[in-house]
Design a protein around this ligand. Structure first.
Ligand code: NOJ
Length: 728
């Protein structure tokens, strides 16, 4: 790493174009495989010299390609490029997405997977990943909740810390260290109506207490970058929100890394009607503290003008540029621009094994009547549904960064290895109705569109012959993810029709649900004896799911986001506030309820079954009162009452029974532990709570704890009533 004075010297030696270039990030459309400009510049109001000096690129993959790009860049620049990409859930191997990973409640595994992704991405020359996305998500309509760690603040913070540490490792300049860019700052997940990119309306308290903590956890874990969000909060675009970026992030939290806008996010402030003109926008954004302008011309076009006019202070501009130079320096790029481009071996096989484990831990078993699962290996099974014939279910970001298809197993291969009789495998129908615009790419390739009756008949026949039917149904991959919000959160109707047809001939149905968000699963639940949520499990999906179904692995996943009863409940989450009219009396007038649906979700946060059962008893505290500076231990005896060894995710929730002048949520998660409990054995699980764990934003919005009465609950999901009172 260069010392500070060398960095200053470097800054002084750069031309204005080179300095402004540090603040511009472009993608592949501007650079050919030969590293030369493609001539696209003018289309987007850049000048060729802007593109020549762009100090970073995003989502260009392939080490050789990046090396060529770097060589070309260095012909015209004194500083190297830095390479960034969306490596969001795996690189060489696609993992389950973050929402699924959070269901594992396994921070060690999450960290290991992030480390493995970092290893593979850095071996390919990538320096920074636009991950983790830690936007609290409470609205299942929002297509990007899959990229988040779900509805809960505590769980999200723990996951965030693990993943940042996993990506970055001990040292930012290590060859396998991938700098983390936490996003989308801030509160992008609070979009009104669950519609992507939409305005966010939040109270100051909700912002401070619920939405900001995960970003702060990333900063505390040392993440190198932060990305601002597209949304406005209360009308103010986050990208030009000086209070948020400069005062909170840099000031209060002491973040000294690099801030980048989201894709054309600066320019979009004009669409928000939040500025008079583009020059003013450049000024506001630079002053707010955004260093890199991703994919638009606002900085390159206007910063030189603002400097020449004296409207923008040289010092403010220098701060922005220095943040980028410091990041390049931290990565060791200023001394050796090619140090990540020399190639290194990556153990993809080990990563695949971790990914299988994550699939096993992230799938959530919601229902298992008559213990239909696990299915014994001598049974004759039929896999039916569009996902029964699909090789892989991943997200748009996986598709972007993937290199090889090394380990992919089809469902029929994965199940075939575990079952003694031949496994029947039938699509039964297409993924989406023919006229759905999202089906466009599949219309010519999916044979179910050409001969629907034939494929349906084949599926029904397979179901007739099978002892157990494994329905593999779910959302189309394009129904979730960025810009894929939904107003109906159900499985496509043609798949539901198939389920009904199959139900007529065989009711021994296990439904494996592939989805990018929580869904309304009322009918699926009714027509299936067992329901297993597989999310979008990625490359190891077939193997992990087959292991679970065959009982080689025991489900341990717990929901990181509530499964709503119906879309009308959204947002629905466990940490809601009580009302003056009660919650739990659907038939009573004047209570806070729906007249046509319950308040409770179909399956709550933290819920998930196992192939064994656990009983909770002896919930106790080692003191009645928690003192300032002291701590209190809560313990529970958890007994494995079934006939299998299994892990249980034991959860601690705390309920603050009264505050001064401000309401408090029903309860909040404050701890969790994954514990292995052998069959018929019991373990004592202990949680430690300190005064600071009870702090919240009080009526004056100060972060403090208050004396009063509390209840600590310990159980296997957020509905547990096993509690013990204590005081502070
Ligand atoms: C837009 C997305 O909102 C963001 O998450 C992503 O990192 C950028 N595009 C870059 O691909």
């Amino acid at each position: 790493m260069l010392p500070q004075e060398k960095l200053e010297e470097l800054y002084d030696s750069l031309t204005l174009e080179e300095k402004v270039g540090q603040l511009l990030q472009l993608n592949h459309i501007y650079f050919g495989v030969d590293g030369l400009l493609t001539g696209e510049a003018l289309k987007w109001q850049f000048r060729e010299e802007d593109v020549v000096h762009a100090g970073s690129v995003l989502n260009i993959f392939g080490r050789e390609r990046l090396e060529t790009l770097q060589r070309e860049h260095l012909k015209n620049n004194k500083t190297p490029m830095i390479f960034m990409a969306d490596v969001t859930s795996g690189y060489d191997i696609a993992y389950p997405f973050s929402l699924a990973q959070a269901c594992s409640f396994d921070t060690k595994l999450v960290k290991a997977l992030a480390g493995a992704a970092a290893d593979a991405a850095t071996a390919d020359g990538i320096n920074v990943t636009f991950s983790p996305m830690v936007d609290i998500s409470r609205d299942a309509r929002w297509g990007r909740c899959q990229e988040s760690y779900g509805e809960d603040v505590f769980l999200s913070c723990q996951m965030t810390k693990a993943v940042v540490e996993g990506y970055q490792g001990e040292r930012s300049d290590a060859l396998s260290s991938l700098s983390a860019c936490v996003k989308h700052f801030a509160a992008y997940g609070g979009a009104e109506g669950g519609r992507d990119y939409n305005n966010v309306e939040l109270s100051r308290r909700a912002l401070l207490e619920t939405y900001l903590p995960p970003y702060k956890a990333a900063v505390e874990a040392g993440c190198d970058m932060v990305m601002t969000s597209f949304n406005t909060i209360g009308g103010v675009p986050a990208t030009i929100d000086k209070q948020l970026v400069n005062d909170v992030l840099r000031g209060q939290w002491g973040f000294d890394g690099c801030v980048i806008s989201d894709y054309a996010g600066i320019l979009q402030c004009t669409c928000h009607r939040a500025v008079d003109n583009e020059k003013e926008l450049a000024q506001l954004s630079v002053e707010a503290g955004v260093d890199i302008d991703m994919m638009d011309y606002i900085y390159t076009k206007y910063i030189p003008k603002l400097l020449a006019e004296g409207t923008l202070k040289e010092e403010t501009f220098k701060n922005r540029v220095m943040n980028v130079l410091r990041l390049k320096n931290k990565k060791g790029l200023l001394e050796d621009p090619y140090r990540y481009l020399k190639g290194k071996a990556v153990d993809s096989e080990a990563t695949y094994a971790l990914a299988v484990k994550m699939v096993e831990e992230s799938c959530v078993l919601l229902k298992n009547d008559e213990m239909l699962l696990p299915v014994r290996k001598e049974k004759r099974i039929a896999l039916i549904g569009p996902y029964a014939v699909k090789e892989q279910a991943g997200t748009m970001w996986n598709m972007l960064s993937k290199k090889g298809q090394l380990f992919r197993k089809t469902p029929s291969e994965a199940f075939g290895e575990l079952f003694e009789q031949p496994v029947m495998c039938e699509a039964g129908c297409a993924m989406l109705e023919y006229d759905n615009f999202l089906a466009e790419a599949d219309r010519d390739t999916d044979p179910c569109y050409r001969e629907p009756e034939k494929y349906q008949e084949r599926a029904i026949e397979a179901a007739r012959q099978a002892e157990t039917v494994i329905m593999m149904l779910g959302e189309h991959g394009m129904q979730s993810g960025e810009s894929a919000s939904r107003a109906e959160i159900t499985i496509p109707e043609l798949q539901m029709k198939l389920l009904r047809e199959i139900y007529e001939v065989n009711q021994n149905i296990v439904t494996v649900v592939f989805c990018g968000r929580p869904l309304d699963l009322r009918e699926v639940s009714k027509r299936s004896k067992s329901v297993l949520i597989a999310w979008m499990p990625g490359d190891a999906g077939s193997e992990g799911i087959a292991n679970l179904i065959a009982g080689r692995a025991v489900p341990t996943g717990k929901l990181s986001m509530s499964m709503p009863y119906c879309v009308g409940q959204c947002p629905v989450y466990y940490a809601m506030y009580p009302t003056g009219h009660g919650h739990a009396a659907p038939s009573k007038r004047f209570s806070s309820r729906y007249v046509d649906a319950p308040n409770a979700p179909l399956y709550p946060f933290g819920f998930g079954l196992s192939y064994t059962t656990f009983a909770y008893s002896d919930i106790s505290a080692d003191a009645e009162k928690l003192t300032q500076g002291g701590c209190i231990h809560f313990s529970a005896t958890v007994t494995n009452t079934g006939d299998r060894d299994a892990e249980e995710v034991v959860q601690l929730y705390i309920s603050d029974l009264s505050a001064t002048g401000v309401s408090r949520p029903f309860r909040e998660l404050k701890g969790f532990q994954r514990v292995l409990i052998r069959q018929s054995e019991a373990v004592e699980v202990v949680f430690e709570i300190k005064e600071e764990d009870l702090r919240f934003y009080n009526a004056q919005c100060q972060y403090e704890s208050e004396a009063g009465e509390y209840i600590a609950y310990i159980g296997g999901d957020s509905r547990t009533e096993n509690g013990v009172k204590f005081q502070l």
